[in-house]
Design a protein around this ligand. Structure first.
Ligand code: APR
Ligand code: PHB
Length: 392
């Protein structure tokens, strides 16, 4: 078999890349270890930046998102017995976020690829990458797929990044001393907007998926097990961390999904080796506090598409050569923002009284200074794709 771009992984990065390439007349094959059902049901974050929404619309895959996605024009930071709204409409006019589950984006992209005759092979768990510096090819289940380039879109635990010879990549990493317990509940959201709550008991997040389904997260110890968290304990802890302002009442309902995820910051540089290009979680991970993971993956594949299209149209490798450096600028901005939000909102060592005072001062500053709140808002809704481009 032969294709122009061999794509490993059918997450948001691999699927969107395959679709964007198709729109530019470039052929690809996507190889995915898991089943279609599995990738369509996998629960992940759900906040789309303005630029992500615009790109999905321009690429013709935004129809259901426009109908079912929930546009939000602000978020609340809640701490010390009060809520403080960060008003995007005032701080970054014309820019907002859309709450729409990542698995819904994945479903829309798979449906569109298959309708367009795209090749996605599911349940191929044994993909291997070869000859990255010359004529690359992929092998799986006794087959060989020759390609011009390989796109490693197979997430943090994939096979692409480990296929790069030792000593080539520089790794930058930070692990956090807590994890997130996430739930989905069949219950209307208790507020119209997301609430990021800081308390002495730990961080909590009120989010949502639809007018009937809420998503919540709790900061928990890194070794937390779902067995320790029966539904009643989860609701009690959410109440303790969120019902901290007068008049706010949490609406409770049946929990139908629970997960625990580690909190990690990670970057592998460069995002290219020979004819292998890494995109999305395969190259970088952020803690979910800034809701940047999916959006960074989208920004990567947007650039990779432009670079590959330019290569096929003109023969120039200039944009491909610049791919890693160009991506990493945005990646590091998101790394900083995600670390900053995480540090601002979580509860760290209770014995560190000095650190606690700094954190309160930091929260007071962000919620009282227009300059500081604008820093949060412009990063949260997403910086423009091209540095220096207008926000409007
Ligand atoms: N072979 C083929 N496919 C693989 C392999 C492998 N060896 N290893 C992993 N995969 C698949 C996974 O099953 C998954 O479907 O690659 C896909 C990677 O998808 P994601 O993990 O969703 O990563 P990405 O597409 O980069 O999307 C980034 O995902 O975790 C979130 O926060 C992150 O929202 C961000 C988004
Ligand atoms: C989510 O709804 O899943 C979500 C929202 C905001 C975040 C992280 C996750 O910062």
């Amino acid at each position: 078999m032969r294709t122009q771009v061999g794509i490993v992984g059918a997450g948001p990065a691999g699927l969107l890349l395959s679709h964007l390439l198709h729109l530019r007349g470039i052929d690809s094959v996507v190889l995915e270890a898991r089943s279609r059902e599995y990738v369509e049901q996998r629960v992940r974050a759900g906040v789309l930046e303005q630029g992500t929404v615009d790109l999905l619309n321009e690429a013709g895959v935004g129809e259901r998102m426009r109908k079912e996605g929930l546009p939000h024009h602000g978020i609340e930071l809640r701490y010390g017995g009060a809520g403080h709204r960060i008003p995007f409409e005032k701080l970054v006019p014309g820019r907002a976020i859309t709450v729409y589950g990542q698995q819904e984006v994945v479903k829309d992209l798979i449906a569109r690829r298959l309708a367009d005759g795209g090749k996605i092979l599911f349940e191929v768990p044994d993909v291997a990458l070869h000859s990255l510096e010359k004529s690359p090819y992929l092998t799986f289940q006794g087959e060989r797929l020759d390609c011009d380039v390989i796109a490693g879109c197979d997430g943090f635990h994939g096979v692409s990044r480990p296929s790069i010879p030792e000593g080539v990549l520089s790794i930058f990493q930070r692990d956090y001393p807590f994890a997130w317990l996430g739930i989905l509940a069949q219950v209307p959201p208790s507020a119209e907007e997301l609430i990021y709550a800081h308390s002495d008991r730990g961080f909590a997040l009120h989010s949502m998926r639809t007018p009937e389904i809420s998503r919540f997260y709790l900061q928990v110890p890194t070794d937390a097990s779902l067995d320790d968290w029966p539904d009643e304990r989860i609701w009690a802890e959410l109440r303790a961390r969120l019902e901290t302002v007068p008049g706010f009442e949490l609406t409770e309902g049946p929990i139908f999904a629970k997960d625990v995820s580690a909190m990690r910051s990670f970057v592998a540089e460069p995002m290219r080796h020979g004819n292998l290009y890494l995109a999305g979680d395969a190259a970088h991970i952020v803690p979910p506090t800034g809701a940047k993971g999916l959006n960074l993956a989208v920004a990567d594949v947007r650039l990779l598409t432009a670079a590959l299209a330019d290569f096929y149209e003109t023969g120039s490798t200039e944009l491909l050569d610049a791919y890693s450096d160009t991506c990493l600028k945005r990646v590091w901005r998101a790394q900083h923002f995600s670390w900053w939000m995480t540090t601002l909102l979580h509860t760290f060592d209770a014995d560190d009284a000095y650190g606690g005072r700094l954190q309160t001062s930091h929260l007071d500053y962000v919620t009282s200074s227009t300059a500081a709140a604008t820093t949060l808002a412009e990063n949260y809704v997403g910086l423009p794709f091209e540095p220096g481009a207008s926000h409007a």
